[in-house]
Design a protein around this ligand. Structure first.
Ligand code: FAD
Ligand code: NAP
Ligand code: SF4
Length: 676
């Protein structure tokens, strides 16, 4: 039975037929920036095309140097560059896929001192002030877009996508926030629209009718002085008349203070905006953002909110997403958990983009998972992310694997993480591993705290120790007071806590625990509540930037979050997600105290002082103290196994507790298993 009749339906746009409704949204991987990485880029796209995607859209290529995202970033301005792209287009076409090149002019987001924009207004997220383009400069820039589109056609692409959202150059022309011009390119909404419409008109004239021309527009901006809904809908209608063949949608500017892609954003949160655009035009519209499972995608298409769905990060996590969905093997999908840890956080750190769940992403030519020539017996101890990834990869390569887990379920620390409000998606990862363990034939032995003697007696060829971490218990007088709980006891064992709570340690877990404590009953936020909390409105067509006053629900508890260092809070949080956690705690009124000494814990509460001189003693009156003071490796099995001459390998938290996260755990597990 085809559970996804809409998703699987082909769509013909002009002369191009897409084999289904799934578009791989544009992602900048870093590979585009380096000519010598073109084969890697081709392998990366080919794997997604083989996975069944209907249309792939590349990362952004600048139409000229001023439009560079970064110095010496990706651009397409010459035939020499275009020739190289044929490696990519051929690889995708050989797999039956279609591919369009995204043209992205960064405008004031360009991290170069010679950036340009509609007006000379600095972006809050970039130190460089752009120069306002002159009328001649605008004309030249439009011609650069056209040249880029023609070069894409020459390189064998099926089309181009013009990036007109996310606060990049075109968006900077469209919004009064960044366009203060008084000439024919600014002032009235019609004048502000002139730049994108000219680009589309002239590209269409240059490439002919058979070439796909996708325009990606901001369907909601989430910045002050952004476009109104009325203006956006008018733009959509005029883009169709100008020659766009598909409208792709986008949400929020980079400088917006409404989260749009992090894991706490409800799935398909923005399709009501998409539906409004769909209602205005006769060309296909593509929905995007937080669509990570086929049921969600099918619902969007069934409701008629859009005719296509764009998935970006979900195809990093699982290149075979489409094939699995269309074969109703959705329980095998490695679902993107929207953590950003190995994709966007890497992009911002100028590292090659990959995926926390799929370390092969972006490394397709180097991390090969080939069948083994000699089947070995391997014991994997610990079913946290490190042990799970090692076990399934080993078994998939043909080894015989026993997976021992002390607990009555798989997941380790990740099973705690999934209980944090806003991290519900993490449960999908455990569902995926459960299914993969079944499919690969790993022998899973739950409630088996295996000993060294048992492992020696098992005569395994290899023992992989993925025994992970346990919470660190700091040496504070009174730490054994009954009001003290570890984060694991609080979240996993659901031990009761009072209304006033102190949290020791402000790392990732301290933040998560504080969010857990401030939300009563830990419900998943419904879309309406989420919109209210972050101040999003879809009800006022004249509201600039689709913003309303945010109204967070009151905090369920009084929480004080503490750390010993006096550096700013939240430094260890993700580059692209940390601000969301910081804002969420601020909205809940969580007090943050840095530079503290923990003096003791007693019936009165947590006694602290500040600084090296132990000044300003204070008692934090609290019912409970939750310890989130980092972790220590569990490595009791190492010595006895090594003494017995067993070949052992340490991965994940068992190898090193410092700066551990699931990204490292899964990467180590997969890479070890690839080489055994
Ligand atoms: P663990 O997850 O500790 O797994 C080790 C397993 O080994 C356990 O199941 C244990 O029972 C088992 N074991 C130990 N000894 C034995 C034995 N002798 N026999 C059998 N079994 C044994 N990471 C991120 O990347 N992103 C996040 O957003 C994130 N959020 C988090 C939020 C919270 C609240 C928590 C607690 C953690 C979070 N983490 C996050 C961290 C992430 O979960 C850990 O880094 C990861 O789980 C470590 O994996 P591991 O396999 O090395 O160890
Ligand atoms: P962490 O980030 O290392 O934070 C540990 C905290 O405990 C620090 O704030 C530290 O600050 C404090 N601490 C350390 N030793 C202490 C001691 N002896 N006494 C009192 N306080 C002490 O570790 P974590 O929060 O446990 O997180 C574990 C891992 O999970 C992290 O590496 C993180 O990447 C991952 N994680 C990630 C996310 C995410 O959203 N990406 C979320 C949760 C967890 P002071 O030393 O200043 O007191
Ligand atoms: Fe999704 Fe996280 Fe992988 Fe990025 S790193 S693709 S957000 S699971």
């Amino acid at each position: 039975m085809n559970r996804y009749p809409h998703l699987s339906e082909p769509l013909t746009v002009g002369s191009v037929t897409l084999r289904n409704r799934v578009v791989m949204g544009s992602m900048h991987t870093g590979l585009e920036d380096r000519a010598w990485d073109i084969n890697r880029l081709a392998a990366y796209f080919a794997e997604r095309a083989r996975g069944g995607v209907g249309l792939i859209i590349t990362g952004g290529y600048a139409p000229n140097r001023e439009g560079w995202l970064l110095p010496f970033g990706a651009k397409l301005t010459s035939r020499t560059e275009a020739y190289r792209h044929r490696t990519v287009t051929r690889a995708v076409h050989a797999e039956g896929g279609r591919i369009a090149l995204q043209i992205l002019h960064a405008g004031r987001y360009a991290y170069v001192p010679f950036s340009v924009s509609a007006s000379s207004i600095k972006a809050p997220v970039n130190p460089f002030r752009p120069r306002a383009l002159s009328d001649r400069g605008i004309e030249r820039t439009i011609e650069d877009y056209v040249r880029c589109a023609r070069l894409a056609q020459f390189a064998g692409y099926d089309g181009v996508e013009v990036m007109g959202g996310e606060g990049y150059l075109i968006n900077q022309f469209l919004a009064p926030r960044t366009n203060k011009r008084t000439d024919r390119w600014g002032g009235t909404a019609a004048n502000r629209r002139r730049f994108p419409l000219e680009i589309v008109r002239r590209i269409r004239a240059a490439v002919g009718d058979d070439f796909l021309l996708v325009f990606r527009l901001s369907m909601a901006e989430f910045v002050e002085h952004g476009q109104t809904e009325t203006e956006i809908l008018e733009l959509a209608r005029e883009l169709e008349s100008a020659g766009a063949s598909v409208l792709n949608t986008d949400i929020g500017w980079h400088e917006a203070r409404v989260p749009t892609i992090v894991t706490s954003v409800p799935r398909a949160a923005f399709t009501e905006f998409t539906a409004k655009i769909t209602a205005q035009v006769n060309i296909p519209v593509c929905a995007s953002n937080r669509i990570n499972m086929p049921e969600t995608a099918e619902e969007i298409l069934t409701r008629g909110d859009a005719e296509l769905v764009s998935l970006a990060r979900p195809l990093l996590a699982d290149p075979d997403w489409v094939n699995k969905a269309l074969a109703t093997r959705e329980d095998e999908i490695n679902t993107c958990i929207a953590c950003n840890q190995a994709c966007l956080d890497h992009a911002f750190a100028r590292k090659t983009v990959s995926c926390l769940l799929n370390p092969r992403a972006g490394h397709e030519t180097e991390l090969l998972l080939l069948p083994t020539r000699r089947r070995k017996r391997v014991a994997v101890v610990g079913a946290g992310p490190a042990g799970l990834s090692a076990a399934v990869t080993l078994a998939e390569r043909g080894h015989e694997v026993d997976l021992f887990e002390a607990d009555d379920r798989i997941g380790g620390q990740f099973d705690i993480a999934r209980r944090i409000p806003g991290k519900e998606e993490f449960a999908e990862t455990l569902r995926y591993f459960t299914r993969r363990l079944e499919l690969t034939g790993v022998r899973v032995l739950l409630e088996r705290r295996v000993t060294a003697a048992e492992l020696v007696a098992g005569r395994y060829d290899h023992v992989v120790l993925a025994t992970g971490v346990r919470p660190r218990i700091p040496d504070i007088p009174g730490i054994d007071h009954p009001k003290v709980l570890t984060y694991a006891e609080l979240v996993r064992e659901e031990k009761p806590v009072g209304r006033k709570v102190a949290v020791i340690g402000a790392g990732g877990i301290g933040y998560d625990v504080s969010e857990f404590l401030t939300v009563e009953g830990h419900p998943t936020l419904k879309l309406d509540e989420w919109k209210e909390e972050w101040g999003v409105t879809a009800d006022d067509p004249e509201a600039r930037g689709q913003l309303a006053p945010p109204r967070a629900a009151p905090a369920a508890r009084e929480v004080v979050l503490l750390q010993r260092k006096s550096t700013p809070f939240g430094r260890s949080l993700g580059k692209t997600t940390g601000w969301v956690h910081r804002a969420a705690l601020q909205a809940k009124g969580v007090e943050q105290l840095g530079g503290v000494n923990y003096e003791r814990i007693d019936d009165r509460g947590l006694h602290i002082s500040f600084g090296e001189k132990r000044q300003r003693p204070r008692v934090i009156d609290c019912d409970n103290v939750i310890v989130c003071a980092g972790q220590e490796s569990v490595r009791d099995l190492v010595e006895p196994l090594e003494a017995a001459g067993v070949t052992t390998h340490l991965i994940g938290g068992a190898e090193l507790a410092a700066e551990l996260d699931a990204k490292r755990a899964i990467d180590q597990g997969t890479r070890l298993a690839a080489g055994l």
